[in-house]
Design a protein around this ligand. Structure first.
Ligand code: PAF
Length: 276
């Protein structure tokens, strides 16, 4: 008999076949396929889930209109050599009308996107923990495009001792810089042409920081004003510590600039890491 004293040792003992997991809401694009590629680099077996999670959508958000393209998605995953596609319906994951037990993330859930999407990160953390408990992966891949989501999942996994290693994957971008997102499909052709302005604004803030600017609050305001003058309605552009996501000051050197802004009804998010 083995006597095991640490969680790490217990996990090592439990592992027989390694599983890397990619949770998604479907409508897969090249950004998702990059997550699958990263998953394949970490484990022999890859599981992808497709589930449009009602718990993370607020009232008036796009839950019912969110693109559902299961057959096309499955074809793409077959081509990528994915082992299992887990595509439960709502009743399978939420058999009761109420989800009585939820994961309550810390205060960060009310900041940045959380200010504009109350309850969103509670819904994300809850479904991700449920999926982790169902799939029991060794690794799980999340895109850095959803930077705050990634930070909240990393915090949840650390604080609740969830036995999974989170693999952050860089944001995939179109040739003009626009971050790949299922919601880009909502953009009209004219909006698609100007959508890269969001990324360009992040690059401008990055360049100002690299040039030595440290008045973070007015830099954020300037960037928001510039973007709004181009026809955007900006929820926030914020300069934060890349690791903790606390508001950055001159003592922080690993920075992330995060933004959420709307082109008519389409809300886009993006972010850029910078070392200063
Ligand atoms: O990023 C997403 O697609 C979703 O928030 C996730 C992680 C699959 C949870 O529903």
């Amino acid at each position: 008999m083995q006597i095991i004293h640490t969680i790490n040792e217990l996990n090592t003992w439990r592992k027989q076949q390694q599983i890397a997991f990619v949770p998604t809401m479907g409508n897969l694009h090249a950004g998702h396929l990059a997550l699958v590629k990263a998953a394949k680099e970490h484990a022999e077996h890859v599981v992808v889930s497709i589930f449009v999670n009602p718990l993370q959508f607020g009232q008036g958000e796009d839950y019912s209109s969110y693109p559902r393209t299961l057959q096309e998605d499955a074809d793409k995953l077959i081509e990528c050599g994915v082992d299992v596609l887990f595509a439960p319906d709502v009743k399978e994951l939420y058999p009761h009308t109420n989800q009585d037990y939820c994961v309550e993330p810390p205060a960060l859930q009310h900041e940045l996107c959380g200010r504009f999407r109350p309850g969103h990160f509670r819904g994300v953390a809850t479904v991700v923990l449920k999926l982790f408990n169902i799939v029991r992966p060794d690794f799980a891949c999340f895109g850095k495009k959803d930077y705050q989501q990634l930070a909240i999942i990393q915090g949840m996994v650390a604080d609740l001792n969830v036995p999974v290693t989170i693999i952050p994957v860089d944001t995939g971008r179109d040739i003009d810089g626009l971050a790949l997102s299922s919601r880009n499909g909502y953009l009209s052709p004219q909006e698609r042409v100007i959508a890269p302005q969001l990324y360009q604004m992040l690059c401008w803030v990055r360049d100002e920081l690299i040039a030595g600017r440290r008045d973070f609050a007015s830099l954020q305001t300037d960037a928001m004003m510039k973007l709004n003058q181009q026809g955007w309605q900006t929820d926030y552009i914020e300069i934060r510590d890349a690791k903790t996501l606390e508001k950055a000051n001159e003592n922080h050197h690993d920075i992330v600039i995060l933004a959420a802004s709307r082109l008519s009804n389409t809300r886009l998010i993006d972010n850029l890491e910078v070392h200063i």
